[in-house]
Design a protein around this ligand. Sequence first.
Ligand SMILES: Cc1cc2nc3c(=O)[nH]c(=O)nc-3n(C[C@H](O)[C@H](O)[C@H](O)COP(=O)(O)O)c2cc1C
Length: 390
Amino acid sequence: MERAFKKRKLNGLELKNVFIKAATYEGMYDDGLPNKDLLNHHVDLAKGNVALTTISYGAVSPEGRTFSGQIYIHDRTIREFGLIADKVHEAGGKISIQLTHCGYFSKNKEFKRPLAPSRRFNAYGFFSGIPFSKAMTASDMQRVSEDFAIAAAKLQSAGFDAVELHMGHGYLLSQFLSPRTNKRKDAYGGPVAGRARYPLEVLKNIREKVGGDFPVLVKINMSDGLRNGFNIEDCRYMAVELEKAACSALILSGGFTSITPFYLLRGDVPLMGMIRNGTSLPEKITMALFGPLIIKKYRFEPNFFLAQAKEIRKVTKMPLVYLGGVDSREGIREILDEGFDFIALGRPLIHDPYFLKKLETNEIEKTGCNRCNECIVEMDRGGIRCTIND
Ligand SMILES: Cc1cc2nc3c(=O)[nH]c(=O)nc-3n(C[C@H](O)[C@H](O)[C@H](O)COP(=O)(O)O)c2cc1C
């Protein structure tokens, strides 16, 4: 276990141990700007011995937000993010941010035709009057790629230690990777090499702007959890290509938020809270009537992605970040024994930002998180928190 708390390098960046705080949407903002809660949340994580904390869902442009009012990366938010980075550094931690674009997974009424690899029905935005996406043109793709690269460079200048490019969970770059949502007939669709082309171009564009030494992590699915979706074979291909494209570390996950949201979480479906959070009466009613039928539940098991992640370990020497169901000292040992370089945690650190410190000092063996998943309800009610702690 001691090996987990030894210093590690990520590109040139020195991290105090193997532990990364996985991006978990905080919902902590006022008028589109990061607020004090967001700062305190990440400072607490740094004090709790997280080596690299990650601010979640940094939309790279206004149209990259899933709903209007959400934070996106621009000069005013960069100033606030920079202050958070300073405070995290003072607390002895390092900080990254997830760079993302929602693609068609949008309720953002400012953009009636959200962007996607192909035109498709948008069930998520249907009740917000955004029923269809638009297939991206070459100039859309160029513009969005620039948005990603400019955002990364701004964050680097603001003092961030790393960025994380989100290619998973059914957001824009994941929509390109997935054969379920990418129906393009040009060089950016078809077999995995075509579907991978745009996400790889975005990574290359970021690399050109931030230079070779700056850590750029990528989060990717091993499976969408969907029939005819992105699968482990596709992920093997991507792991090899990402290594060639100078990805600093690959975070392995799965699931498609708009269709299989609990594939990446496992555990309980907090349906009542999700109904309460519906933004309109028709949406609430639809969720109450059909939620139990359309939202698939997956049983939680410790280290639930380990079997798939081991398949990716076989094809690349690039640093790999294990994520999904890490819940105990025993679980951490198992992951390190399998040759993973870093370990990311989400819910155990929402439940207790000092979980790792307590583990290191032998105060506890296991998380108190019971995967009720009420935290996902709370993120839309003023900010994530663990309701078990009430
Ligand atoms: C409340 C909540 C919000 C999340 N938001 C994000 C997000 O913004 N971006 C992301 O990539 N993953 C998000 N996730 C998924 C986590 O990064 C992680 O994949 C998942 O929680 C499984 O890890 P765990 O078992 O350690 O919690 C979220 C998870 C939770 C519980």
